[in-house]
Design a protein. Structure first.
Length: 118
């Protein structure tokens, strides 16, 4: 059992979160780039779009499509500080620590692995 299993069980019960899936284009992008590159992209997006205490356009900073990580962020409620607070108990209004950022990337990675193996 993974430490993330309870979270993913809750996410699966959310009608909104559970509707997200990787399309053929995003799946191929993941295959072409590989997990290390995708994880770097995720870490970069998290650092730039979520880590600041008060991110620009919070609640709207993550597009709904265009990159597998964006889709994963919506599916895992790691798309904005409000969702991070509600789903992951990561408080708003404070800069994310390195361990918090690593946790977010690991959640995104886990979802992408599940999708790629589905």
């Amino acid at each position: 059992m993974s430490d993330l299993d309870p979270l993913f069980s809750r996410l699966a019960r959310s009608t909104f979160r559970s509707r997200f899936r990787l399309g053929d284009k995003e799946r191929q992008y993941c295959w072409d780039k590989g997990p290390e590159t995708i994880d770097r992209h995720a870490a970069d997006f998290v650092e730039k779009r979520l880590a600041p205490a008060h991110p620009a356009n919070d609640g709207k900073q993550t597009p709904m499509r265009g990159h597998p990580v964006f889709i994963a962020q919506h599916a895992t409620a790691t798309c904005c500080r409000g969702c991070l607070a509600k789903w992951h108990n990561i408080p708003q209004g404070v800069t994310l620590t390195a361990p918090q950022q690593n946790y977010i990337v690991s959640v995104i990675h886990h979802w992408l692995v599940l999708q790629m193996n589905a």
